[in-house]
Design a protein around this ligand. Sequence first.
Ligand code: NAD
Length: 526
Amino acid sequence: MADHAPNPSATPAWSLLPERVTALANRARAGGAPSVRTQAPATGAGIVDLPQSSVADLDAAFERARLAQLEWSARPLAERTAVFSRLHDLILREQSEILDILQTETGKARSHAFEEVADVAINSRYYSRTAAAALKPKSRSGALPLLTAAREVRHAKGVVVVISPWNYPLALSVSDALPALIAGNAVVSRPDNQTALTTLWAHELAEKAGLPKDVWQVVLGRGKDIGSELIARADFVDYTGSTATGRGIAEQAAARLIACSLELGGKNPMLVLDDADVSKAAEGAIRACFSSAGQLCESMERIYVADNIHDQFVEKFLARVETMRLGADLEYNSDMGSLTFPRQLASISEHVEDAKKKGATVLTGGRARPDLGPYFYEPTVLTDVTPDMLVHRDETFGPVVSIYRVADDEDAIAQANDTAYGLNASIWTKDTKRGRRVAERLRAGAVNINEGYAAAWGSVDAPSGGFGDSGLGRRHGAEGILKYTDVQTIATQRLLPIAPLPGMSDETWAKTLTVALWTMRRLRLK
Ligand code: NAD
């Protein structure tokens, strides 16, 4: 087996000056609790002593956010969308600094960091262009034609809490906050400590784009320390992370009768049908399985390949995996970076060791690469995986994929659906109509045909989210902004009341209404 070629410059040089790091950290509403030290995963070098938020800091953040929200929501929508239209331009122009920060905090390769920059630009532009249509008051048919006018009006919820994880920290903290802000809410963001500078950089950029001070607050703290305090103060909670944590957040939100949206884990299947272009499928699987070292909720962890092309697919896929360049240098030189935490390295190693012990075959990879950095792990392909192994059903959340041989489409569909999750799926076929037929039978919020995840994820006009244990609610599309609003119906009754006319008996009123209902049915008025 060929070895993975390490890059000569695998060690990222932390390019930010200490003053710049401190200035970013100081943007957070924090400091009342002891700070925590963060570490660059690719090298182990320290990044920053990050201030943490106390309960008093949270109170201050919410108080300022609530005050600022009143003025912000009163502004014309066009002023609010203009801010994010400018954010689109600024993030594209100023991408090099945020790419460095993203890579340093996560350990990912630059091309994977760029996906996040593109995501924020795409969402900024999308919601700047479409918010007016989604949010404008809409006429609805009234109780009685001509006599009742009904209108649907949207109101911002107030203060939205966005709790985001560390794996796609720019995309998941900013792209979820921006529709909430455009809808007229204030936002209190709680990024993961590991990737807080990324969110704080975006916070600074949003103010440069014209976002008024205090409308967007950033607080810092571990989920277990400040999660409940945040939910206790929120008008809506937007959470991205694991299913286990998501359940706890849903329970707390339910107790307060506030809504939440939850974007959770996945165990995503890729189906390579018998007529697939094998070379394209193998290349697509590289992107689908190893972006951000597989620490991507949409990542493929199971590949079901039709019997007739199985061996050819495996050969091409392995050949390509073995040419991947590992590293996290601050250039576009690497195909896959480091894992982000020691706990990721531990849980991924546990999944692979468990599979090996129970009889799986490691076709390539299957080992850590401390020679490249403390948490590097090789892209790993397994086969002979059985249901008793952790990798079969549990989310690995790393660069590990299992290949299964399947008899036909029915077999592939049955195995793909054999999971409590339902986030993302991928189908490879030359017959796209057949691909769509198979797609409709998969239990997944997104299905990509001839792509791994970027087609559905990047189609931001369409909703994105999970079935089953993968979540509740949607981001993207109209749903991605309407969830941050309360809807109000204003109905105006004209000329006649919806009640008996003066002197009319209840019985006559009932008969009159019955005739009116039959007439409306005949004339198809309702
Ligand atoms: P996790 O649930 O342990 O942590 C995620 C984030 O939630 C962290 O920042 C953590 O600080 C915070 N958190 C933890 N407990 C909390 C609490 N009680 N209250 C509030 N916040 C709390 O998950 P993880 O393993 O660190 O993240 C990876 C998981 O996230 C994977 O399962 C992955 O699939 C999922 N994810 C889903 C999506 C999606 O869009 N569906 C995107 C990215 C990641």
